[in-house]
Design a protein around this ligand. Sequence first.
Ligand code: COA
Length: 385
Amino acid sequence: MAPPVDLIIRCFSRRRDAARVEELERRCEAAPAGKATVVLQVDTMGDPLCRVRNSSMHRMLVAELEGELVGMVRGSIKDMTIRSSPEEHAKVGYVLGLQVSPLHRRRGIASSLVLKLQEWFVANLVDYAYMATEKSNAASIKLFTGKLGYVKFRTLSILVNPVRRRAIRLPPGLKITKLNTDQAERMCRRFMGSTEFFPGDIDQVLRNRLSLGTWMAYLREPDGSNAMPASWAMLSVWDCGQVFKLRVQREKGSSCVPYGTKASSLLDRFLLCLGIPGLPDLSNPFGFYFMYGIHGEGPYAGTLVRALCRYVHNMASLANDCKVVVAEVGACDALKLHIPHRRSLSCSEDLWCMKDLKSKDKDAAGFDWTKSPPPPALFVDPREV
Ligand SMILES: CC(C)(COP(=O)(O)OP(=O)(O)OC[C@H]1O[C@@H](n2cnc3c(N)ncnc32)[C@H](O)[C@@H]1OP(=O)(O)O)[C@@H](O)C(=O)NCCC(=O)NCCS
């Protein structure tokens, strides 16, 4: 359907829109009137831009109809690796947090928002645009793959591990050290730089105040040599709780605040924690840690990744309000087996869709990323959680 003629799509203005955005988010997934339901409340701590703010190029658009705010979308742009051999980079735009008021759906508003965001991408010489959604979100998949010309590209698994207050014992005979940011950057670029979706500005990620650090685990070498150990693993941790808090509640006829595209599939998982014996109580505001840049080499890489995940769990158990630890990896990533998670809380169906925005003359090399087969591993940027 053609969008209403009086539809206005414009940039978000904190002064004019902050309160209205919150209100729209509350309305967006209202539970059926009078029905008791479990809802997830997301407190963005007064900052609707919090999920894109950490990307150096970001934008939020709102849709207005007769003075009413009826939709929104966020986007960010960055340079990233798109294939390993030969190593190639591209400018890529990410579409997230698309929502339209339930009373105004199927009128072309979401399409108009995304097309406008794509204009901003193209004006900034973006080569590809992508978005993430749960495989079960038929409306979103039909919108992007049907109307907007995206293709289904990669499937990822979101792994959620509840935090217990008791520390987990680490296996003996291994050493875990915290890398400083220069070392972490060097290691990330050297060992993950050719991984798909690896961000060119990894230094910004590692130096961000939300990045708690990077840890490396290795088996103690008997000779104390300085060479790289035969088996080792590393990962970094991002503290999402500093940006937004979550709270799971049983309410009557209340509303659920969805938190954008990818996050909604992630956050939906937390609802499952409610009422399961032994799992943390999520009825008070809580945050979560996100593990990223998970990599290992050598015959014991898997064991060392597991040990690092336990180490992060123990860190989380000491933090005030961190109730879950989350990681996201490619659905076929071999390390997935070694990342502790509750299967019932995790999601193996996070779908990323991609669109080629390049002008034809830029395609001289003939490589089309949207048609390339999935690599064994890919990098998930914590800024996009
Ligand atoms: C998904 C969403 C953003 C669509 O917004 P919208 O303004 O209704 O979308 P549009 O009117 O632009 O729809 C364009 C096309 O997408 C498809 N589509 C949209 N909603 C659909 C639905 N519920 N079922 C099937 N197809 C749908 C249709 O092909 C539609 O074209 P048509 O109406 O001519 O058949 C909206 O339903 C929403 O806010 N959902 C909750 C939040 C969410 O899931 N966001 C994730 C987006 S990744």
